[in-house]
Design a protein around this ligand. Structure first.
Ligand code: 5GP
Ligand code: MN
Length: 333
C-alpha cells in the first residue's frame, strides 16, 4: 500500500492529462471523491476531466466543480476522446469495469497509468496502482489517507474538505455504520479544516422533492412484504409504478434502507422493474453478507452490508428467487 502511494506520488510530479472516472448512478462518495481528487490534482497543474457514466442526483449539484463533469450517457464522444488522450486514469469508488458501462472497454484498452482507489470487496485486476481497502468507510476516507500519507494534507482546503466529508457522511449513513476510529479522525480533521458539517448535512439530506416522499409512501404502504419467520423484508416497484409516479433514475435511492428500521428485519431487498433489466438493492445487518448473495445469484457485488445487482428476468421470477434463496441463509445464521 505504501509502495503504491509512493508510486502515485512519483507519477504526479509532472503535469499530465488526467481522467477521473467513477461508477454509474454516482452517489455522494463517488461524486465527493471525484471532485476532491480533481481539485487536488489541479493544484499540481494537471489537466483533469471527471467522467461519470450516468447523471448525478440533484442534491450533490452544490459540490464545487460538479457541473464541469462529463456524463457518458449525454456526451459519449467527448468522454471517449478524453479517455483516449489520458495519460493517467483514476478509478474512484468502483473496482469492476462493468460498473462503468461501455467505458469499461475504453479503460481496459487504454495505455494510461490506471490508479484504483476503492473500498469495495474483490477488486478486478485492471489497475497499475491499487489502493483497495474494504474496511475503509468510503473512498473519500481513502483519498484523505492517500493525500495525508503523500505528505500533502496541507492541500486539503475547505472546498476539498467539503467534498471528502460528503463521502464520509453518505457512505456511513451519517456515521451509523462502516465506521472505524480512523473515520472519525478524518471527520475531525476535515471539520477542524473548515468544513461546516451541519450545513453540508442540510444540503444533502433535507433536499428531497415531494415526489420522493410520495414514492417512498407508496412502497411502504403497497409494495412491501415481510417474511417474519426469517427476517427478510422485500419491496418492489413495477414498470407501471415508474409511469404512475414519474420515477426517474435516482428517485428510489435510500428506499431499501427503510426495511432495516424494523428490528425483526435482518436483510432488506428492493427489486426494481426497470425498462430492460431487474435491478436489486440488498442491505443487511451484522454478519450476513449480501455481497455474497449479490455476486453469487444476481450478477452483482458491493459491500458486505450493502450490495446490488441486476438480472434479465421477470419481476415475479426475481421476487420468487429472492424469497427462495435468502430465507435459508437467514435461518442458518
Ligand atoms: P445500491 O443498492 O445503492 O444501488 O448499491 C449498493 C452497493 O452495491 C454499492 O456500493 C454498489 O457499488 C454495489 N452495486 C450496486 N449495483 C451493483 C452491480 O450491478 N454490480 C456490482 N458489482 N455492484 C453493485
Ligand atoms: Mn463508496
Amino acid at each position: 500500500m505504501m509502495e503504491d502511494i509512493l508510486k502515485l506520488k512519483a507519477s504526479l510530479q509532472s503535469p499530465k492529462e488526467v481522467v477521473i472516472l467513477s461508477h454509474r448512478n454516482p452517489d455522494g462518495d463517488a461524486i465527493g471523491s471525484s471532485m476532491a481528487m480533481r481539485q487536488f490534482l489541479e493544484s499540481f497543474g494537471h489537466n483533469v476531466s471527471v467522467i461519470f457514466p450516468s447523471e448525478f442526483p440533484a442534491n450533490f449539484e452544490f459540490l464545487p466543480g460538479v457541473f464541469r463533469s462529463h456524463i457518458y450517457d449525454l456526451d459519449p464522444a467527448v468522454c471517449k476522446e478524453k479517455i483516449g488522450k489520458a495519460e493517467a486514469i483514476f478509478c474512484l469508488d468502483f473496482n469492476a469495469l462493468d460498473r462503468i458501462d461501455k467505458l469499461g472497454e475504453d479503460v481496459q484498452f487504454s495505455q494510461a497509468l490506471k490508479v484504483m482507489i476503492d473500498h469495495h470487496l474483490d477488486p478486478e485486476p485492471f489497475a497499475d496502482i491499487v489502493i483497495s481497502i474494504p474496511e475503509a468507510s468510503s473512498t473519500c476516507e481513502l483519498i484523505y489517507k492517500v493525500i495525508d500519507e503523500m505528505g500533502f494534507s496541507y492541500k486539503i482546503n475547505p472546498q476539498i474538505g467539503e467534498c471528502l466529508f460528503t463521502g464520509l457522511m453518505t457512505d456511513t449513513g451519517s456515521f451509523r455504520y462502516s465506521t472505524t476510529s480512523y473515520t472519525y479522525q478524518v471527520a475531525s480533521a476535515l471539520k477542524r479544516g473548515g468544513v461546516d458539517d451541519y450545513e453540508l448535512a442540510n444540503k444533502i439530506f433535507n433536499s428531497q422533492k415531494e415526489k420522493h416522499l410520495r414514492i417512498l409512501g407508496h412502497c411502504l404502504a403497497n409494495r412491501m412484504e415481510i417474511l417474519d419467520d426469517c427476517g427478510l423484508g422485500i419491496m418492489w416497484l413495477t414498470k407501471q409504478d415508474y409511469v404512475d409516479h414519474n420515477i426517474q433514475r435516482g428517485d428510489t435511492e435510500g428506499i431499501v434502507n427503510y426495511l432495516l428500521l424494523m428490528d425483526k428485519v435482518k436483510v432488506g431487498v428492493l427489486v426494481l422493474e426497470q425498462p430492460s433489466i431487474i435491478k436489486l438493492s440488498l442491505r443487511s445487518k451484522g454478519d450476513i453478507s449480501v455481497q455474497e448473495i449479490a455476486s453469487k445469484h444476481f450478477n452483482g457485488g458491493g459491500h458486505k452490508n450493502a450490495s446490488g445487482g441486476g438480472v434479465y428476468a421477470s419481476l415475479q421470477d426475481v421476487i420468487a428467487k429472492v424469497k427462495k434463496i435468502i430465507p435459508p441463509i437467514l435461518n442458518s445464521h
